[in-house]
Design a protein around this ligand. Structure first.
Ligand code: NAP
Length: 251
């Protein structure tokens, strides 16, 4: 362990892109916090894989749309694994496709709370543990946005797309605000990735349907996104901050 210990929190890492990121982080020697909301069994399965790679692992069930739960998660991680050096804001939800005019307002609220307020809360807690001006050793944050932030998701989920737009602006502003505190803030913007999120939009087969229209003619794998996230967290990207990597097969 020693003073070079890297501790990572990946929000929403019981499946999909978050789970792939947790496993890739374990391969690179990070102590890993797996966060989830509902699916304990899947979180346990990811933990098994992480642990088999020989690194410490902690599962924290926390609804990241609730600030008090975020605060508790960061406290638990500091206590059990040590101060956080890497944060991946990966939680993101979308709901049934429809036009904005038909969206129940409660849905818009839930999407913005889960996708945006969670990021504000997690970044606040991470900065408290990372910032050199607060006695920390610096760190890196990666926000998992979406190509939806520049495409807009008309007729599908404008609320989701707009939440990613807010995330992108936070990435730009915060990267400048905390640069002198030795914290880098970057973003990945996936396109169509094979995960369960598309089921929530009402079309589990969305990626396969749309793959032929992509320049690369295929959807992406969660591991392909995870590799970019881990690069942005690593010293190999030591002069990169406020940047965006699109992982969308050319879309
Ligand atoms: P996913 O398969 O639906 O997984 C979502 C994860 O988030 C699960 O682990 C879930 O936990 C967790 N979660 C949901 N709400 C939570 C909350 N309030 N508190 C804590 N955990 C919560 O999603 P994904 O496709 O991997 O997407 C991950 C990120 O990539 C999202 O931000 C998404 O917008 C973005 N993205 C995905 C795609 C794509 O094509 N898949 C494209 C662009 C961007 P439970 O298992 O407990 O429910």
């Amino acid at each position: 362990m020693g003073h070079n210990k890297q501790v990572i929190i990946i929000t929403g890492s019981s499946r999909g892109i978050g789970a792939a990121t947790a496993i890739e982080a374990a391969r690179r020697g990070y102590s890993v916090c797996i966060n989830y909301l509902n699916d304990k069994e899947k979180a346990e399965r990811v933990k098994q894989e992480v642990t088999s790679l020989g690194v410490p692992c902690l599962i924290v069930r926390a609804d990241v749309s609730q600030q008090n739960e975020v605060v508790r998660m960061f406290q638990e991680v500091e206590h059990h694994l040590g101060p956080v050096t890497a944060l991946v804001n990966n939680v993101g939800i979308l709901q049934e496709k429809m036009n904005l005019v038909d969206m129940p307002f409660s849905r818009v609220e839930q999407v913005l709370k889960t996708n945006v307020l969670s990021v504000f809360a997690c970044c606040q807690e991470a900065i408290k543990q990372m910032a050199v001006s607060k006695g920390g050793k610096g760190g890196a944050i990666v926000n998992v946005s979406s190509v939806a932030s520049r495409l807009g998701s008309a007729g599908e989920y404008i609320d989701y797309a707009a939440s990613k737009g807010a995330m992108d602006t936070l990435t730009i502003g915060l990267s400048k605000e905390v640069a002198a505190d030795h914290i880098r803030v970057n973003s990945v913007r996936p396109g169509f990735i094979h995960t369960d999120i598309h089921r929530d939009g009402g079309e589990a087969e969305r990626v396969n349907r749309l793959a032929p229209i992509l320049p690369m003619q295929r959807g992406g794998e969660p591991e392909e996104v995870a590799n970019a996230i881990l690069w942005l967290l690593s010293d190999e990207s030591s002069y990169v901050t406020g940047s965006f990597i699109d992982l969308a097969g050319g879309l």
